[in-house]
Design a protein around this ligand. Structure first.
Ligand SMILES: *Cc1c(COP(=O)(O)O)cnc(C)c1O
Length: 356
């Protein structure tokens, strides 16, 4: 790709720099329906009646962590979760909002952790020992059966946490998406025992799917992510808009796109729109993708290109330069692509202007 800022000019010629803000250049927008986001958050809180946090790792599942923090903190959310200190450093937390770093303090990260107002979620005995010396508050993860991150229950109950300023004790469910899975009850029983022994200020077990398992799984605080962002049947919050680069007229019998897979059944008007699979609009979505122009639903036709889709706008009033709205319903998209709602959101890519 040509980056005008990185190419040095030939000798004797003045540097030509293109100074345009990224947002000003972008022909793709990813905006957030903050009312829907807040309504999803309230629904999750109402479902179990305890404090509801928000997982905002991976830049808020690709949707923009800062604007999620701002919207949910204004609505009353007090607990946010990122994966790393780099993610924490990129955020400005409003007063009263607490940020926790799920991967804890790894080697070489102590200075960054101490400089941050975020707290670590400690995962290993070594992390616990190192953090105890700082005298600072922390959360701790105990692994009750997912075998991913966290102290073993035996470690957590061995006195290892004595002298630690422990705020929240966490665990994470492996099989919450399958309510009848016996692992859920097994993990619940183990977590209850650890909470009873460690007596943290707060306990937290449930993410989005765990909340649906009922009040027993809620403890003091939940940590939903995907169900805030349109997943698990919640209100869609991501709004994708792109622009019509070109309109073309295709006579009946003409084809469009790679492989000439779409053949016009009648004389057609086709809009070429700057959105492609590099922007998370997976090829499989092309088959029954919908672009909304005005109030008209227009089908995506032919193969999805890296940066472009073609849309049949014969029935719509579309012209070159128009902004159009791309339907990105997660339930539909997951069914069409076989990819998880998580992968679909975090796979949206980096070419969007994050408009409010
Ligand atoms: C990502 C994550 C969450 C949120 O999970 P969802 O399934 O998106 O609700 C909660 N807790 C931990 C530890 C996580 O890693």
């Amino acid at each position: 790709m040509n980056d005008p800022d990185s190419s040095s000019p030939p000798p004797g010629l003045p540097a030509r720099r293109v100074r345009v803000s990224r947002a000003g250049m972008a022909n793709l927008r990813l905006s957030l329906d903050t009312a829907a986001l807040v309504a999803n958050w309230r629904d999750l809180g109402a479902a179990c009646g305890v404090a509801t946090g928000a997982a905002i790792k991976a830049d808020g599942y690709g949707l923009g962590a800062q604007r999620i923090v701002d919207a949910l903190a204004a609505a009353g959310a007090g607990d946010f979760f990122v994966a790393s200190w780099a993610e924490a450093a990129a955020l400005t937390m409003p007063p009263g909002a607490r940020l926790a770093v799920l991967h804890g303090v790894q080697g070489g990260e102590t200075a960054a952790a101490l400089a941050s107002t975020a707290v670590p979620v400690l995962n290993t005995p070594a992390q616990v020992a190192a953090w105890r010396a700082t005298g600072r508050s922390c959360d701790v993860m105990v692994d009750t059966g997912i075998n991913r991150l966290g102290l073993t229950p035996a470690e957590a109950m061995s006195g290892l946490l004595d002298g630690i300023v422990l705020d929240t004790l966490h665990s994470h469910l492996a099989c919450a998406e399958t309510p009848a899975h016996p692992a859920n009850e097994r993990q619940l029983t183990i977590f209850r025992a650890v909470v009873a022994a460690v007596r943290p200020a707060r306990a937290s077990l449930a993410a989005s799917a765990g909340i649906a398992l009922g009040r027993d799984f809620a403890f003091d605080l939940t940590r939903p992510g995907i169900a805030l962002y349109g997943g698990r049947g919640s209100r869609p919050v991501a709004i994708i808009e792109a622009r019509v680069v070109q309109i073309r007229t295709i006579p009946a019998g003409g084809s469009v796109g790679y492989g000439a897979t779409w053949i016009a059944a009648r004389d057609s008007r086709i809009a070429i729109v700057n959105l492609g699979y590099a922007d998370g609009f997976a090829g499989a979505l092309g088959a029954d993708g919908i672009v909304v122009i005005g109030n008209v639903s227009c089908p995506v036709i032919g193969r999805v290109s890296m940066d472009l889709i073609a849309v049949d706008v014969t029935a719509a009033d579309a012209k070159e330069g128009d902004w159009v709205r791309v339907n990105f319903d997660l339930v539909h998209a997951a069914a069409a692509t076989g990819r998880s709602e998580y992968e679909l959101l975090t796979g949206l890519g980096h070419r969007y202007a994050m408009s409010p």
